[in-house]
Design a binder for this molecule. Structure first.
Ligand code: NAD
Length: 283
């Protein structure tokens, strides 16, 4: 099975990374977002990333940014994905927003198309329940930045079929990515654990125990982690981290997932991390 044209919903951090990675692997995409302004920003960001990405990883192709942009159809009309063979949804981490999108996709897309949910925490079984094809709904938790990461967490929903898992494996093989397949509960493996980490790091800063750089240095220099928890939170986007913590808290009804007030305050102040130019660090 060879894929050539993929539907990408959401032109934020992950949607942009997806379209670049698809182009690097010879695939086209239809990129959907809700406003022309967002799509224009996405074009500018893609142009920038395509220029510097091969400097970060020598194995990435050196492509002309126009050639990459020509492989992407930018649109605000979700019906443009009707003919796509496979859909990767990357909209805001908010159940109401995702639910509306999946109800639309369920009606628009051809019956054979699989829906890959790129979510940090939302249950794949819950997403499947609002479509008419829960057997074709699967979680692919891509890592950020998508074009640099060689492995992904794949999540089987309650009704996800073996056929959908095989189709997903073929898709990921074409992107040269390894799948680590796990079962479905909110946050899966990666974010159920990592969000506790990032949240507690924010509490440490809020409580005046250490500065952000000291927290991250301890993880990098003492534990040999590549990145510290607060750098990671900035890279993900603090709004996405807060939304994910809220989903984990609501899903498990466990106080261990209560969101640090400092994180919420930073989001209210529009300090969203790397994507807004300021978070725990300035970019
Ligand atoms: N940022 C990360 O590191 C990361 C990693 C893995 C997974 N995720 C998950 O991927 C998803 C996207 O995350 P992100 O960081 O790209 O978020 P983001 O906030 O950067 O982008 C989300 C985009 O979705 C768009 N959108 C909202 N409603 C829409 C609709 N109805 N139709 C089309 N587009 C719509 C928004 O305009 C925005 O451009 C989230 O579910 C997140 O949890 C994020």
């Amino acid at each position: 099975m060879q894929f050539s044209n993929i539907g990408i919903i959401g032109a934020g951090t992950m949607g942009i990374g997806m379209c670049i990675d698809l182009a690097f692997h010879g695939m086209s995409s239809v990129l959907v977002d809700i406003s022309d302004d967002t799509l224009e920003s996405a074009k500018a960001e893609i142009t920038k990333i395509v220029r510097f990405a091969p400097l970060l990883d020598k194995t990435l192709p050196k492509m002309d940014s126009d050639n990459v942009l020509n492989k992407i159809k930018f649109t605000t009309n979700i019906e443009d994905v009707a003919e796509c063979e496979f859909i990767v949804e990357n909209v805001t981490e908010n159940w109401g927003i995702k639910e509306t999108v999946y109800k639309q996709l369920s009606k628009i897309c051809n019956a054979e198309a699989c829906f890959a949910v790129n979510t940090s925490c939302i249950s794949i079984t819950k997403v499947g329940s609002v479509t008419e094809r829960p057997d074709k709904v699967i979680g692919i938790h891509f890592m950020n930045p998508v074009y640099l990461k060689k492995s992904v967490e794949v999540i089987k929903g309650f009704h996800t079929s073996e056929e959908t898992i095989n189709t997903t494996q073929c898709f990921l093989k074409q992107l040269n990515k390894e799948a680590i397949i796990v079962n479905d509960l909110p946050g899966f493996v990666s974010n159920r654990i990592s969000h506790l980490f990032m949240n507690e790091a924010a509490f440490v800063v809020q409580d005046g125990v250490a500065k952000p750089s000291q927290v991250d240095e301890i993880f990098k220099k003492c534990f040999n982690h590549k990145m510290g928890p607060l750098e990671t939170a900035d890279l993900i986007g603090l709004d996405t981290v807060v939304n994910s913590l809220d989903i984990l808290y609501e899903s498990y009804q466990d106080p261990k997932f209560r969101c640090c007030p400092l994180l919420r305050k930073m989001v209210d102040a529009k300090l969203l991390g790397k994507k807004s130019g300021k978070g725990f660090y300035t970019y």
